[in-house]
Each structure stands twice: as structure tokens, then as C-alpha cells.
Design a binder for this molecule. Sequence first.
Ligand code: NJP
Length: 234
Amino acid sequence: MGASSGIGAATAKYLASHGAKLMITARRKDRLDEIKDSMPESCISTLKADVTNFEDVQAVVDYTVDKFGHIDVMYNNAGVMPVNSLIKGQRQEWQRILEVNVMGVLNGIAAVLPVMVKQKSGHIIATDSVAGHVVVPNLAVYNGSKFAVRAIMEGLRQEQRVNGIKTSIVSPGAVHTELYNTINDPKNKKAEIETEKSIGLNPNQIARAVAFAIDTPKDTDVNEIIVRPMKQTV
Ligand code: NJP
């Protein structure tokens, strides 16, 4: 979920080029179809879905089970990162962050878990963040959303390991993606883009971490990978 650009798109291409069969989703269907068309053999299907809408997410899971018969991995990657100080009281923006970053992950879990429990196998992955570990100025709500994802995914691990379901979070530092377009405040946007441009990683580096978490034996569960640029201080 959230595969039309950045980390999600890079991961889709990486996994498809290593033989995976994928259902990729996001709101920008045209971008998903471009990714599909860029792969030599069609191992990718695309569906339009908004992760804040549970019906969309359930439809993705139902369609995927119909098409492939089972789901090995669900990757909840969609996210937004507006940057603002709390004094600005941007309640709509806060709501958006929590809906996409937290409810989006929960919607994915709610839709896929019954399938994986029935299979007695599966792997749920979420993109978390260094911001799920360290609080920095102007990012409090984003920080809160990513701390929440880390807690939810650890709770999921504790509940579902007995059913053979693996859980992983991948926590990037700065990565060169379109995420910075979701910053509304012009001053904060400029500052964040300057940092990201000077130190941001290629999203392929995060794709490789996701692939590593997936490619483990049945008895091994990689629960978190943190990937920072060497130049990142926090
Ligand atoms: O950003 P971007 P990233 N429903 O903007 C999708 C985390 N992260 O790759 O719907 C469904 O290129 C959007 O698709 P679309 C970050 O928090 C990043 O950097 O077509 N999908 C697109 O595919 C996030 O969790 C950095 O607009 C929705 C994707 O999400 C993850 O990495 C650092 C959606 C965003 O791709 C991927 O973000 C860090 C919705 N409602 C954590 N809203 C970093 N880049 O530096 C958005 O610590 N999407």
C-alpha cells in the first residue's frame, strides 16, 4: 500500500525484479501503471486505493486473494509528513497525519489479518521512521504517528507470532522521495528539502532492507531495521 512513488515504488521494482508477484496500490493509479509497464514481464497488478478508506483496503485484500489464492506479505508503506509547530494548531493537518500514518496501517492489518491467520502464515511490514524513536522540533504529530506505528507493530508481533505471522518495521532516516511535497508550511518545506537533498538516501537502499526482512527462514523474524544516511545526526 503506497507504492506510487519513493520507497514503495522502489520496493515494488526491487521485489518484482527478484521474482515476486505483486499487487501495488495507491491513489495515483497512473503512477502505479507506469511502474507496472516499466517491468519487463508483467508480474505486477495495480489497484487504486486510499488507505484511510477501509473499504478500499478490504477490496485490495479480497482481489489479491482471488487472484493469487494467498497473501505472503502485506507492506503498509503509505505516509505523509506535514511539518509544523504545535502552536499553529493545524488540527486538520494533524487529523490527516493520524488517518494516513496510523489508521492506514491499522486498516491494512484489519483487512489482511483474517487471511493470514487462516493461512497460519504471512508477514506484515510497515514503514516506520527514525521519527518513531527520536522527537525533533516541528514534527511532534508525525513523531507521534510513527511512535504509534512502532507500538502497534510490536503488539501485533506479540499477538500473532503464535499463528506463524511475522511482523517487521523498516525505519528510514532521510530518503530522497516525494514525501517532502506533503509539507504545507513553505519555510519548513524549504528547510526539510535542503536537508533531504544534501544527505537523503536513494529509496533503493530502503527497498533492499524490506527485501532482507522478507527473505528470512520460517523461524526468523526481523522486527526492525533502521537505515540512516551516514551524514544524519539524529
Ligand atoms: O514518500 P512518497 P516516501 N492512501 O511521498 C502514498 C516514510 N518515511 O516514499 O496515494 C494511499 O514518495 C503515496 O501514494 P498516492 C514515510 O512516513 C520516509 O518517503 O499516489 N496511499 C505514495 O505512494 C512513509 O510512511 C522518509 O499519493 C497514500 C506514498 O504513500 C514512507 O516512508 C523518512 C495515501 C508516499 O510516497 C513512504 O514515503 C522516514 C493515502 N491516503 C520515513 N497518502 C523520507 N522520505 O525521508 C499517501 O523516516 N500515500
